[in-house]
Design a protein around this ligand. Structure first.
Ligand code: SF4
Length: 329
């Protein structure tokens, strides 16, 4: 039985800054706080360059944290020693966006999946081959394909191999970084269904990163909307789609086509003016203020904090501050 109240990841004011162009700072992530509970899927959504992949990579320990802390099962991942670091790599796996680039072209599929089993010394050597076959079948491939090389597979099949590789070492948490965006639409649903069925079968927890709101809606229990390195809104999936609060979320959702010609005709799109500012030169106040149609003076000088405005629904916007005289839109 999954304890959905157990926090598996706790992110507190997490930032990741890079030095670029001499001494300038690129603030890819700049103060994200988020709890992820065991057994749930949190969708992390936003435009390209908003910092969502960087956040996933911080959690996978690919990038170091500049500020704040990331705790996994109660331990700060900065403080892991060699042994606990090794365990962490087993428990937290990543599925990458590009199924072409993420597989070693010189290894057979069996070797790609078996590598993790060897490194983590899982199963007796004689049983490993059976484990590889079992995992291949679980992800919809077959045992004969273990001796083939990645270039012999289609995009969807390669992503299945990526999933099999992550799954082979029995992780608890999987960071899915745009796992279907490089695939044909017809294959996307198959991979989403596979991830959903594997989650319940193995009690997995997912962080599902995507720029596609429809996909995130389909797979996520909760959705976090990210803009220029910070979280703009966080809520249960149903609530955020039925009643988005942040002006950026409203604009994103207004762009989703409706599969009903009549409703589609009357759908009002919110068109955002301007481009996303550079994370090297982010606004001092609300990161969205340069594009927000409702920005007022306070937004230019004070960064809004992510606050709960109704049970389970948080938003970072001054329109919803209890001391604000501005009227929520
Ligand atoms: Fe718009 Fe101000 Fe809210 Fe930011 S804080 S989203 S600029 S109204």
């Amino acid at each position: 039985m999954i304890d959905t109240n157990e926090v598996i990841f706790r992110l507190d004011d997490v930032a990741c800054h890079f030095r670029v162009e001499g001494n300038k700072k690129l603030k890819a992530v700049d103060g994200v706080s988020l709890d992820i509970h065991r057994g749930e899927t949190v969708g992390l959504v936003g435009e390209s360059g908003c910092g969502k992949t960087t956040l996933g990579r911080l959690m996978a320990r690919i990038y170091p944290v500049t500020r704040g802390s990331i705790e996994f099962e109660g331990k700060d991942i900065k403080d892991l020693d060699t042994k606990t670091s090794f365990d962490y790599c087993k428990k937290v796996q990543m599925i990458f966006q590009d199924p072409y680039a993420s597989l070693n072209p010189r290894l057979t599929v069996g070797s790609i999946i078996g590598e993790g089993l060897e490194i983590h010394n899982l199963y007796e050597p004689a049983e490993r081959q059976k484990r590889i076959y079992d995992i291949l079948e679980m992800v919809g491939l077959n045992r004969e394909q273990a001796s083939r090389f990645p270039h012999e597979f289609s995009g969807g099949q390669r992503q299945r191999i990526g999933i099999a590789r992550a799954l082979a070492i029995e992780p608890e948490f999987i960071i899915c970084d745009e796992p279907i965006s490089a695939l044909d639409v017809s294959i996307q649903a198959q991979i989403l269904n596979l991830l959903t069925s594997l989650r319940s079968r193995f009690n997995l927890t997912y962080l599902f990163i995507s720029h596609d709101l429809n996909v995130v809606k389909y797979i996520s229990d909760r959705v976090a909307v990210m803009y220029l390195g910070v979280l703009a809104e966080l809520s249960d999936s149903e609530k955020i789609y039925a009643n988005p609060l942040h002006p950026y979320t409203k604009a994103l959702l207004s762009a989703i086509p409706v599969p009903d010609p009549e409703k589609e005709k009357s759908r009002k799109r919110i068109i955002l003016e301007g481009d996303v500012p550079s994370p090297i030169n982010a606004p001092v106040g609300c990161t969205f203020c340069s594009r927000c149609p409702y920005a007022f003076e306070r937004c230019l000088v004070e960064r809004p904090v992510l606050k709960e405005v109704e049970p389970g629904h948080k938003v970072a916007c001054h329109l919803y501050d209890s001391d604000s005289s501005a009227v929520p839109v």
